[in-house]
Design a protein around this ligand. Structure first.
Ligand SMILES: Nc1ncnc2c1ncn2[C@@H]1O[C@H](COP(=O)(O)OP(=O)(O)OP(=O)(O)O)[C@@H](O)[C@H]1O
Ligand SMILES: [Mg+2]
Length: 243
């Protein structure tokens, strides 16, 4: 891998007294998509919360281009597990929100967001409400909003999991292409092994069950390429105990 653009070094994570994970180290290279897989409740969203700077890890560091950003929000773009579009704002205003929050004038924010609607396959939806969009379109709108947070690293928490199988495959292929065109590096949580194979050049497997006292750690790191995709799929399924 080229020098990593984004790194976690030996993170320990907790919610109050609940120790969730320890020894979490990972790296994302420029232009790479890296997946995080692991069973429900093991701490994937908790990890993203810390990587996005929304909470401080108990110990360890988060580095962006080598700079320590541990506990600093806003330096990487983050799409939450639920798309959370605001129901009473138009798609255009939802997309423009990160710019407005940064202090960009509303009209300029709308213009900048509007320019990207075609790129994100959302042309014609500018004035609709979120409820008027299909699930796939809502996810595109959430991805556009995440993109407008304007960082070169994006963290996406199960971005396609709420979609039907066909839309999911379509959207992730589109996403893989987009991410390259936009020059982003991505860390993507998924439950779907095929999704990891399709999107990522490597995957980290998280294993543990903090509620049962088993602190989560990284149990495997799997390189993925066309030549080894069957072996990589097998290793991930085994790690998820689904084989
Ligand atoms: N805000 C919170 N306060 C206290 N505990 C939390 C909080 N969020 C998550 N937890 C606990 O941390 C552990 C990890 O939860 P987390 O949501 O990170 O799992 P996950 O791997 O993302 O699961 P899923 O695949 O179902 O989304 C769980 O035991 C959960 O109950
Ligand atoms: Mg989660």
């Amino acid at each position: 891998m080229a020098a990593p653009v984004f790194e976690a070094q030996d993170l320990e994570l907790a919610w109050g007294d609940l120790k969730v994970a320890e020894g979490i180290s990972l790296a994302v290279g420029a232009g790479e998509t890296v997946c995080i897989v692991g069973r429900s409740g093991c701490g994937k969203s908790t990890l993203f919360h810390a990587l996005a700077g929304l909470g401080k890890p108990v110990s360890g560091r988060v580095l962006l281009h080598g700079e320590d950003i541990t506990g600093v929000p806003g330096r990487v773009s983050y799409m939450l597990q639920k798309d959370l579009l605001l129901p009473s704002r138009s798609i255009l205003d939802n997309a423009a929100l990160p710019l407005v929050l940064r202090g960009v004038d509303k009209r300029a924010a709308r213009e900048k967001a509007r320019e990207l609607f075609a790129t994100f396959g959302l042309e014609g939806t500018e004035d609709l409400w979120p409820a008027q969009l299909s699930g796939g379109m809502r996810q595109r709108a959430a991805l556009l909003r995440t993109y407008l947070m304007d960082n070169d690293v994006v963290l996406l928490d199960e971005p396609f999991s709420a979609l039907d199988a066909i839309t999911r495959v379509e959207l992730r292929r589109w996403f893989a292409k987009m991410i390259g065109e936009l020059g982003l590096s991505a860390l993507v949580i998924t439950h779907d092994v095929d999704e990891a194979i399709d999107l990522a050049s490597s995957a980290y497997v998280l294993d543990g069950n903090p509620r049962k006292g088993v602190v989560t750690h990284i149990s495997d790191e799997i390189a993925i390429d066309a030549a080894n995709s069957d072996a990589a799929r097998g290793r991930m399924l085994e790690a998820l105990s689904l084989s």
